[in-house]
Design a protein around this ligand. Structure first.
Ligand code: COA
Length: 395
């Protein structure tokens, strides 16, 4: 049981200066701006400068988050750095960040859960502060994917970008903060998104380097199917756990992988698109940095307001997924202690009514998902047949 509440008191984001547009990519591989925009929604992405690595980016975002929270690095109890592209395999990038920030009393850990890493980190941080163990935890998602992709593979290089986002999760006496969370993994899909030639299973050799096995490879269709399914399922579950429906949500922050994945989930969940934060057109998929980058931009532009119900959902390599529901607190918190067990104190009738609403909404989502799955399985043979005819005509 929680003794305290968790609260996001600071946030920051960073993206390298250099921008790579779709037209730039079309000069490098056989692709076009039109293909990338229609299949993914991405227009451009940021690319780290020569010698700029993940900790450099994480540092900039973290400094902003600390300033916004009005605390110094010395106040941090723990640093959680989510990344799949650490500066080195050893040492952990989180300790390098702790050193750069001067967070001398903080513990530091690097969390690898693919693009889901930041949401995993956020949920972890909230546990530490809600039990009263820690007061301030820095959670960062930062990636330098430009070094991990094969710039000759059009299936992957068009998707990814570099960047970082950070938040401070602080202990609070004021009700609000994390309402519910879901962490998931479907490890049977571990090889759908993989850099096969790095690590203890396949140590690097000249041959693996020549075959570019240290670069990312992806089964795009498998990941697409997984993503559209788990995004809907995870949001439904996490809201049901908080006894809420999609109609209670003010802001949805999804992992910024592909606009088509987000569109499908939006339709299935029945959420108003205006409530969904999308910035992937300017950043591409920045993996663990994508959710905190989108969150920080949403906060800076005022799209998240005190009292709002905010849902964050992510999916990625592993295959992993996670979702959290937050109730955004006013910036000036009333620090008068209110026992968690006394809040909220809802009347039985209201709770029952809310449960019925939640159950009814879940049935609606299931029905919409079944309908769109059925439509897709009808359209797919037609699409494949048309593609076959086009190919034969070309020959
Ligand atoms: N430019 C032009 N054509 C491309 C291309 C590119 N960048 N990449 C692939 N193609 C081609 C393919 O070779 C294929 O050609 P073919 O029909 O002659 O074989 C055709 O386009 C269709 O490929 P397909 O894989 O069916 O495309 P798609 O509609 O599934 O879109 C992705 C591909 C990668 C955009 C899509 O599968 C996707 O977004 N998957 C999820 C990826 C993701 O989000 N990963 C990160 C998860 S954290």
């Amino acid at each position: 049981m929680s003794l305290y509440y968790s609260k996001i008191t600071g946030w920051g984001h960073y993206a390298p200066e250099r921008i790579l547009t779709n037209d730039d990519l079309a000069q490098m591989v056989d692709t076009s701006d039109e293909w990338i925009r229609t299949r993914t929604g991405i227009r451009e992405r940021h690319i780290a400068a020569e010698g700029q690595a993940t900790v450099d980016q994480a540092y900039h975002a973290s400094v902003q988050a600390l300033e916004r929270a009005g605390i110094s690095a010395a106040d941090l109890d723990l640093i959680i750095l989510a990344t799949s592209t650490p500066d080195y395999l050893c040492p952990p990038a989180s300790s390098m960040l702790e050193d750069r920030l001067g967070a001398s009393k903080a513990g530091a850990m690097t969390l690898i859960a693919g693009c889901t890493g930041f949401v995993y980190g956020l949920a972890t941080a909230a546990q530490f502060v809600q039990t009263g163990m820690y007061e301030h935890v820095l959670v960062v998602g930062a990636e330098t994917l430009s070094y991990a992709v094969d710039w000759e593979d059009r299936n992957t290089c068009i998707l990814f970008g570099d960047g970082a986002g950070a938040v401070i999760v602080s202990r609070s006496h004021t009700p609000g903060g994390l309402q519910s969370m879901i962490l998931g993994s479907e490890g049977s899909g571990w090889d759908a998104l993989i850099a096969p030639g790095i690590g203890s299973h396949a140590p690097m050799t000249v041959e693996t380097l020549e075959r570019k096995e240290h670069k990312l490879r992806m089964n795009g269709r498998q990941v697409f199917k997984f993503a559209t399914r788990v995004m809907t399922e995870a949001v439904t579950e996490v809201l049901s756990d908080a006894e809420l429906t999609i109609h209670d949500v003010d802001v949805l922050i999804p992992h910024q992988a592909n606009a088509r994945i987000i569109d499908l989930a939006v339709r299935r969940l029945g959420i108003d698109k205006d409530k969904v934060i999308i910035n992937l057109d300017r950043y591409g998929n920045t993996s663990a940095a994508s959710v905190p980058l989108a969150l920080a931009e949403a906060l800076d532009s005022g799209r998240v307001q005190p009292g709002d119900t905010v849902v964050m959902v992510a999916f990625g390599a592993g295959l992993t997924y996670a979702a959290t529901v937050w109730q955004w607190q006013p910036e000036t918190a009333d620090e008068e202690p209110i026992l968690v067990t006394n809040w909220p104190v809802p009347e039985t009738m209201r709770v029952q009514a809310q449960r019925v609403r939640t159950a009814a909404w879940r049935l609606q989502v299931q029905a919409r998902t079944k309908a769109s799955d059925a439509a897709m399985s009808l359209m797919l043979p037609l699409y494949t047949f048309r593609k076959g005819v086009k190919k034969r005509l070309k020959k």
